[in-house]
Write a protein that binds this ligand. Structure first.
Ligand SMILES: Cc1cc2nc3c(=O)[nH]c(=O)nc-3n(C[C@H](O)[C@H](O)[C@H](O)COP(=O)(O)O)c2cc1C
Length: 213
């Protein structure tokens, strides 16, 4: 099976619901398995949230905790983060900074210093509130992927929900997202559909890439 890890941070559960939808999209691609893993709160820190969103809207305590090795033990990767001041959340940043440890892992090829991330397909999705400055959070995560030499997968304008000029939901051509503080239920059906499409895109690219290695 082709293994895709969907690693997310979430406090009130909206990014978790997006991770679920993205996982469904990955599993739509034959031969692909999507595994959800949650980024733990950094030790000693209280979860940070917004007034009104303290409540855990969707429970995800049953999802196993992500370890930094889970960046390596997969063929494709999705990272989901709540948007905090236009950036990835504190826990997502702490988790990815911990990837420094991967450089100490024993490598099969001693001439290569970096862990096995180079070329691996990777994509980003978000959970925002009002929807302000959500794409920069994706760009910030792409900088990390770029440092690791990963292949960035996007949603793209080919997904009909993205190109619909009348829509007010989260998500862009760069990655799926939800606007949890906007009126109505979130993630909305449209936000879920975009996350599924992103999962399918990641699954397809991962399957093609895996055949080459
Ligand atoms: C410190 C902080 C900063 C935030 N900044 C933004 C922001 O820049 N843009 C936005 O759309 N939402 C922002 N939010 C709202 C969160 O992104 C929103 O609550 C989101 O649903 C959290 O995801 P979760 O439900 O998975 O925990 C912020 C929340 C906090 C606590």
């Amino acid at each position: 099976m082709i293994q895709v890890n969907i690693i997310f941070h979430s406090v009130s559960g909206h990014t978790y619901r997006m991770a679920e939808a993205l996982g469904e999209g990955v599993r739509d691609i034959s031969g692909c398995q999507g595994r959800l893993l949650r980024i733990p709160e950094p030790a000693g820190l209280e979860p940070i949230t917004m007034p009104g969103l303290e409540r855990r809207h969707h429970d995800f305590s049953h999802i196993p905790e992500a370890k930094i090795e889970n960046l390596v033990d997969c063929d494709g990767l999705a990272i989901g983060s709540p948007v905090y001041w236009g950036n990835m959340s504190y826990a997502t940043k702490y988790f990815l900074d911990s990837a420094a440890k991967l450089w100490a892992l024993p490598s099969e090829d001693k001439s290569v210093r970096a862990p096995k991330l180079s070329g691996k397909p990777a994509t980003v999705f978000t959970g925002g509130g009002s929807g302000q400055v959500n794409d920069p959070a994706i760009l910030g995560l792409w900088t990390v992927f770029g440092s690791f030499g990963m292949t960035i997968v996007t949603v793209g304008l080919g997904v009909p929900e993205i190109s619909d000029p009348s829509r007010v939901d989260g998500g862009s051509a760069l990655g799926a997202g939800t606007f949890s503080r906007r009126p109505g239920k979130h993630p909305s059906e449209v936000e879920i559909a975009i996350a599924r499409a992103q999962g399918r895109a990641l699954g397809e690219v991962t399957r093609a890439w895996t055949k080459r290695v």
